[in-house]
Design a protein. Structure first.
Length: 203
């Protein structure tokens, strides 16, 4: 029997900014995404993370928010209440974008850490569009990926403990698209990193 052909994975780095810890009571205020690369039977191929991107700012869905969480992004809830995209429209556009850029491949959402961003993204996709282009489990956590390759306990991992050659040279700005692009570069470096003791990848 011939081996079943497996579709390649298209990795999409996603970052969201929100005004609290959980969706529903609190709101996702911005969504940024950047194609990071493709993995198939021949290995991982990095993409230019600035080439295929998506960004939207969204209208808040409730009056509840945590001031400290809102302050991280610096987004203005009053402005977004008037000017932000309707969540149903923005998430439908995002789903269409994911399906377009991943034609012929299976899209995988990637985050650092994925847990927070995935929680908001998946909830919003299901709540406002009824479907997810990633399915219910198509996400990859870069923190776990590093911990596994570095042979470290997960809770011991932070970006500050990673070898510098794995990190993007871009600043982490808490602007969702900036950070999605930055983390796409981190993912590409992690995917090709052999592990501890390896030499830095030359420029």
């Amino acid at each position: 029997m011939p081996a079943r052909r497996v579709k390649p994975s298209l990795y999409i780095s996603v970052d969201i900014e929100a005004d609290g810890p959980i969706p529903g009571p609190c709101s996702m205020l911005s969504l940024g995404a950047a194609v990071a690369g493709t993995q198939d039977a021949d290995g991982f191929t990095a993409a230019d993370p600035e080439q295929l991107t998506f960004y939207r700012e969204l209208r808040p869905i409730s009056e509840e928010f945590v001031p400290e969480a809102l302050a991280v992004s610096g987004l203005d809830r009053v402005r977004l209440s008037a000017e932000g995209a309707e969540p149903g429209v923005a998430l439908a556009e995002f789903g269409d974008w994911v399906r377009e850029v991943s034609a012929g491949a299976q899209p995988v959402m990637c985050g650092y850490p994925a847990s927070y961003d995935w929680t908001f993204l998946y909830w919003y996709l299901i709540r406002f569009t009824g479907t997810s282009p990633f399915g219910h489990s198509g996400c990859l956590d870069m923190k776990t990926l590093y911990a596994t390759k570095a042979r470290l306990p997960l809770r011991a991992v932070a970006k500050g403990t990673m070898p510098r050659h794995l990190l993007s040279r871009r600043r982490h700005t808490h602007h969702a698209l900036d950070d999605a692009v930055e983390q796409a570069e981190l993912l590409a470096n992690l995917m090709t990193w052999p592990g501890p003791g390896s030499a830095p990848v030359p420029d």
